[in-house]
Design a protein around this ligand. Structure first.
Ligand SMILES: NC(=O)c1ccc[n+]([C@@H]2O[C@H](COP(=O)([O-])OP(=O)(O)OC[C@H]3O[C@@H](n4cnc5c(N)ncnc54)[C@H](O)[C@@H]3O)[C@@H](O)[C@H]2O)c1
Length: 435
């Protein structure tokens, strides 16, 4: 079984099914197809499947042209039918791992996907989990579910965890040049996973086991949440001290060792940084340990949308205005630049707070034509000088590359820039105030 699967991976005759065709699953599916494998994409979201069948993409990192290219190979199929799992040699799980309201892991998508898989399994399959999760999920939750099929690990199937590290919107690093970590529940599983990913990725790093691979991803995102929390706190302090935090970071960044720049912002968002460290802090509590750094960083980061609104309030006051008579235009509402991902975006919280203060809020985002915030529907407004001139404050939340910042600076009575995008583009003016 093992040797046969190895051979199929080597000669690319192995059929791969990617379960969950989102920001993570779709690029993987397309990349494996591009490299010569037959790939089947399975998703329970019928709208996404319908779009893919029309050869249309719904995420920024994959163009419709790439979907078309994959379909034209005759080796790329998409479906909403889980029967596809039986006809596959390799199954890669890329389903969501969100947080519950109480900020605890919600692994229900993983459990549901494992159940469908268990019902469709056949001997000779390699299963790889890419969804970010707490250490122990692969061995303690997924493995027992799969074993209910009667099949045996290392005899009938192989199971590994390989965290996804993609950075949507990053033009320099994509799936193929970000080293991939793989940790199997058994050595054979690690070996098969390593062989598979080395077909499409420049460097594959095998680790001792699935738990090590699971927690490696959580360390990476914990490193980020803690450092972002630190710099956000530092930014709030610099505001009190009347020091330009951006200049300080730039100066500190000239040190060739021992410092790595992180930047403040309006708050954290996306599917990863706000959620993943909470998976770790939850797991830590189950073994009687408190992750104080994570909890503190999360708390500080949650303060930023409120801090941004407070700064806007101060700016309005200095011009003799109050929120209830103010017009505010948010520019960029996604959680970071150049993506169409709204999940956990601080813009949503900022709009809610401004709404409660009765400010008249509109937004522009080339990636998000419509917004629905708890039933309040908004549509992206055209970014014209006349719209900008009517505002009391233009608030930059996400610094999309395609926007005309010179025009914004020329037209706006006042800009509050939470990303330092104007200075980075050499645009200055008394009307531009930075976080
Ligand atoms: N978005 C990122 O930048 C990123 C980066 C690294 C890791 N991750 C991790 O990867 C995982 C997936 O994230 P994403 O951003 O791609 O999520 P996503 O919501 O964009 O995509 C997940 C897809 O899975 C589908 N799905 C859910 N249950 C299913 C099931 N039982 N069977 C088939 N399809 C199912 C959904 O319909 C959806 O299309 C998460 O664990 C996330 O933490 C995300």
């Amino acid at each position: 079984m093992y040797t046969e699967l190895k051979k199929k991976i080597k000669d690319k005759s192995a059929v791969i099914t990617v379960v969950g065709l989102g920001y993570v699953g779709l690029p993987i599916a397309v990349e494996f197809c591009r490299s010569g494998f037959t790939v089947k994409g399975f998703d329970t979201n019928v709208r996404r499947i319908r779009k893919l069948k029309k050869e249309k993409s719904y995420i920024d990192d994959i163009s419709s042209g790439e979907i078309r290219g994959a379909c034209r190979t005759g080796r790329f199929f998409v479906t909403g039918d889980d029967g596809v799992l039986r006809s596959s040699d390799i199954i890669i799980l890329c389903v969501p791992t969100p947080l519950r309201k109480v900020k605890e892991p919600d692994i229900s998508y993983i459990i549901y996907a494992s159940r469908s898989l268990r019902k469709r399994m056949r001997p000779g399959q390699l299963i790889i989990v890419e969804s970010t999760t707490y250490p122990g999920t692969t061995r303690e939750v997924i493995l027992p579910e799969l074993e209910k099929s009667g099949y045996q690990l290392d005899r009938d199937f192989y199971l590994a965890f390989s965290p996804e590290r993609i950075d949507p919107g990053n033009p320099r690093y994509d799936l193929t040049n970000i080293p991939k970590i793989i940790g199997g529940v058994t050595e054979k599983s690690t070996e098969l996973g390593r062989l598979l990913y080395s077909r499409i990725i420049d460097r594959v790093v095998g680790v001792s086991d699935a738990e090590t691979a699971e927690v490696t991803k959580l360390l990476e995102n914990t490193f980020r949440i803690v450092n972002i929390g630190l710099i956000n706190e530092f930014a709030m302090l610099c505001d009190k001290l009347k020091i330009d935090v951006w200049e300080v970071i730039k100066a500190a960044g000239t040190k060739p060792f021992g410092f790595m720049p992180f930047y403040p912002g309006p708050g954290i968002g996306g599917h990863c940084i706000p959620a993943d460290p909470m998976y770790l802090s939850w797991k830590a509590r189950t073994v009687g340990f408190r992750t104080e750094m994570i909890d503190l960083a999360a708390r500080i980061n949650r303060m930023l949308p409120v801090h941004v609104v407070k700064r806007i309030g101060r700016l309005l006051k200095s011009r003799g205005k109050k929120f209830d008579s103010a017009r505010v235009l948010l520019v960029g509402v996604t959680y970071k630049k150049d993506v169409n991902d709204l999940r956990e975006s601080p813009a949503l919280e900022i709009i809610k707070i401004l709404g409660r203060k009765k400010a008249a809020v509109v937004y522009h985002d080339p990636h998000i034509p419509y917004l629905d915030i708890s039933g309040v529907k908004m549509r992206s407004r055209g970014l014209t000088p006349s719209l900008i001139k009517k505002q009391d404050v233009v608030l930059i939340v996400s610094d999309h590359s395609c926007l005309d910042y010179r025009m914004i600076a020329r037209s706006a009575p006042l800009v509050f820039d939470t990303r330092d995008v104007f200075a980075r583009n050499g645009i200055t003016g008394d009307n531009i105030i930075k976080l």
